[in-house]
Design a protein around this ligand. Structure first.
Ligand code: FAD
Ligand code: NAI
Length: 469
C-alpha cells in the first residue's frame, strides 16, 4: 500500500497548486520542498518581490512627475531604500506563509528537504542534516521549476554582478547599472532602478526589446522607456565584466561578433537577465530513466506524463512559456486528470504581462506570427491619447491593438501597451477562450469612463470604425 496518492516535488506555483487541487479532489497528497518557505521562485524571488519594488518605485515616479500637475504639492520625495526592501520582504512573508496555511487546511503533508526520485512510486527526501526518508506514492509530479541562465565568462556574485535574485536585495541603489538582456526580467527590474535614480543601460542581443512581443508594441514601448531615461544598446552582447576597484568594466561587442568594434561601459552593478533554464539537478532523473528534451526540459506528452510510468512534470521544468499562471493551470489540469477528471490547458490563450510602467500585455498571436503562418487578418488600433479616463489620470501613453481573422472576424491576438494593460488583457483572454469575434468585443457595453473602453474601440476599429478617433 502506498502512503500517498501523490507526491509533488517543488512547491512553486505549479507544484503547490497541483497539490492543493489534488487534495481538494480527495487525493492523499505530500509535497517536498528544499527551500525554507513554499511558493518557489515566483513567491520568494520572482513575481511577488519584483512587483512590490515595481509598485513602490512607480509611486515615487507618480509623486515626482505627476503630483504637481494634479495640483498636489509635496516636497521632493526621498527614497528610504531599507523601508522599500522591508515592504518587499513583508509582502513575500505574507504570501509564502499563506501557502503553508493552505497546505495545512487541505491536509497536505509538507516535507522539507531535497527530493530524489528512486523510481516509480518512490521519492527520497534528504533533510538539511543529511537524514533521509522515503515516501511511497502512486504518482510523482516533478515541479522543480527553473534557475538563472548563466552568461559564459561572467561570474555572478549576487552583490555587484547579480541575477534577478541579487537585484531584488541590493544593499543600495546603484549609480550606474548595466542590464544584460532587454527581456521581461531586465526591463522590469531595470525600470525599478531607473525610477530610483540609477543610470540604466540595456545591452540586448536582438535588434528589438521584448523579443517575442508584437513588433509595434516593442518599438513604441522602447521609445517610452527611452523617454523615461533608459538607454539601449541593441544587436549587442556582453563578452566580459571585470572588477576595477569598486566599479565594473563591461565589455560590449556587436551581436554578430567583432572585437575591433568592442566598447567598454562602466557600471556599479551588472544585472544578468538573459533567460532561465529548467532545474533538474539532484533529482535522480537519469537513474530513474526519465527522458529530457534537447533543451534539458523534462519531456512530457499532452497529459504531462513522462516516459516513466507514474511520473509527471509541469511548470518551468517542461516546455512552454516560463510563467507562473501557465505552471498553475498545468497543476490544476494534472490534478484533475489524476483524480479521473478531464484536465485541459489552452496554450493559445495564455496572457503575458510585463509589469513596467506603462505595462505591456499580450494574448494570442502577434502580427509577425500571423504573417509567418500565412493567416489573412485585419488589425484595429486605438490610442490611449483618445481615452478620457487615461487623460484624467495623466496616463495616455500607449495603445490597444486587436488582430482578427479576415474571413471569420474571430479574435486571434490582442496587444496592449498602457497603464493597467495587465488587468485589461483578461477581457480579451475570456473572449478568445469562447472563440469571440472583434464585433462581439466592439458591441459589448463597456463602462465609461474606463481605460477598457480603448479595448472596445480597438475592436470597433477592426470590424467597423471607432467612435473617438
Ligand atoms: P518554481 O517556482 O521555480 O518552483 C520550483 C520549486 O522547486 C522551488 O521552490 C525549488 O526550491 C523546488 N525544488 C527544486 N528542486 C527540488 C528538489 N529536488 N527537491 C525539493 N524541492 C525542489 N511569472 C509570471 O507569470 N509573472 C511574473 O510577474 C513573474 N515575475 C518573475 C520575476 C522574476 C524575477 C523571476 C525570476 C521569475 C518571474 N516569473 C514570473 C516566472 C515565474 O516565477 C515562474 O514561471 C514560476 O515560478 C514557475 O513555477 P514552477 O512551479 O514551475 O517553479
Ligand atoms: P527573457 O527570455 O525574457 O529575456 C532574455 C533576453 O536576453 C532576450 O531578449 C535575449 O535576446 C537576451 N539575451 C540572451 N543572451 C544574451 C546575451 N549574451 N547578451 C545580451 N542579451 C542576451 O528572459 P528573462 O528576462 O531572463 O526572464 C526569464 C523568464 O522569466 C522569462 O521566460 C519570463 O517569462 C519569466 N518572467 C516573467 C515575468 C512576467 O511574466 N512579468 C517577469 C519576469 C520573468
Amino acid at each position: 500500500m502506498s502512503q500517498y496518492d501523490l507526491v509533488v516535488i517543488g512547491t512553486g506555483p505549479g507544484g503547490y497548486v497541483c497539490a492543493i487541487k489534488a487534495a481538494q479532489l480527495g487525493l492523499k497528497v505530500a509535497v517536498v520542498e528544499k527551500r525554507a518557505t513554499h511558493g518557489g521562485t515566483c513567491l520568494n524571488v520572482g513575481c511577488i518581490p519584483s512587483k512590490a519594488l515595481l509598485h513602490a518605485s512607480e509611486m515615487l515616479a507618480e509623486a515626482e512627475h505627476s503630483f504637481e500637475e494634479l495640483g498636489i504639492k509635496v516636497g521632493k520625495p526621498k527614497v528610504d531604500w531599507a523601508k522599500m526592501l522591508a515592504h518587499k520582504d513583508k509582502t513575500v512573508d505574507s504570501n509564502v506563509s499563506g501557502i503553508a496555511f493552505l497546505f495545512k487546511k487541505n491536509k497536505i503533508d509538507a516535507h522539507r528537504g531535497t527530493g530524489r526520485i528512486l523510481g516509480t512510486g518512490r521519492v527520497e527526501v534528504k533533510a538539511e542534516d543529511g537524514s533521509t526518508t522515503v515516501l511511497e506514492t502512486k504518482n510523482i509530479v516533478i515541479a522543480t521549476g527553473s534557475e538563472v541562465m548563466p552568461l559564459p565568462g561572467v561570474e555572478i556574485d549576487e552583490k555587484q554582478i547579480v541575477s534577478s535574485t541579487g537585484a531584488l536585495a541590493l544593499d543600495k541603489v546603484p549609480g550606474r547599472m548595466v542590464v544584460v538582456g532587454a527581456g521581461v526580467i531586465g526591463l522590469e527590474l531595470g525600470s525599478v532602478y531607473a525610477r530610483l535614480g540609477s543610470e540604466v543601460v540595456f545591452v540586448e542581443f536582438l535588434d528589438k526589446i521584448l523579443g517575442p512581443m508584437d513588433g509595434d508594441v516593442s518599438k513604441q514601448f522602447q521609445r517610452m522607456l527611452k523617454k523615461q531615461g533608459m538607454n539601449f544598446k541593441l544587436s549587442s552582447k556582453v563578452t566580459a565584466v571585470s572588477k576595477k576597484g569598486k566599479s565594473l568594466e563591461v565589455t560590449v561587442e556587436p551581436a554578430a561578433g567583432g572585437e575591433a568594434a568592442a566598447e567598454t561601459l562602466e557600471a556599479d552593478v551588472v544585472l544578468v537577465a538573459i533567460g532561465r533554464k529548467p532545474y533538474t539537478d539532484g533529482l535522480g532523473l537519469k537513474e530513474a530513466g526519465v527522458a529530457l528534451d534537447e533543451r534539458g526540459r523534462v519531456k512530457t506528452d499532452a497529459h504531462y506524463r513522462t516516459n516513466v510510468d507514474g511520473i509527471y512534470a509541469i511548470g518551468d521544468v517542461i516546455a512552454g512559456p516560463m510563467l507562473a499562471h501557465k505552471a498553475e493551470d498545468e497543476g490544476v489540469a494534472l490534478a484533475e486528470m489524476l483524480a479521473g477528471q478531464a484536465g485541459h490547458v489552452n496554450y493559445d490563450v495564455i496572457p503575458g504581462v510585463v509589469y513596467t510602467q506603462p505595462e505591456v500585455a499580450s494574448v494570442g498571436k502577434t502580427e509577425e506570427e500571423l504573417k509567418a503562418d500565412g493567416v489573412k487578418y485585419k488589425a484595429g488600433k486605438f490610442p490611449f491619447t483618445a481615452n478620457g479616463r487615461a487623460k484624467a489620470m495623466l496616463h495616455s501613453d500607449g495603445f490597444v491593438k486587436v488582430l482578427a481573422d479576415a474571413a471569420t472576424d474571430r479574435v486571434l491576438g490582442v496587444h496592449i501597451v498602457g497603464f493597467g494593460a495587465g488587468e485589461m488583457i483578461h477581457e480579451a483572454a475570456v473572449l478568445m477562450e469562447f472563440g469571440g469575434s472583434s464585433e462581439d468585443l466592439g458591441r459589448t457595453c463597456h463602462a465609461h469612463p474606463t481605460m477598457s473602453e480603448a479595448v472596445k474601440e480597438a475592436a470597433l476599429a477592426t470590424f467597423a470604425k471607432p467612435i473617438h478617433i
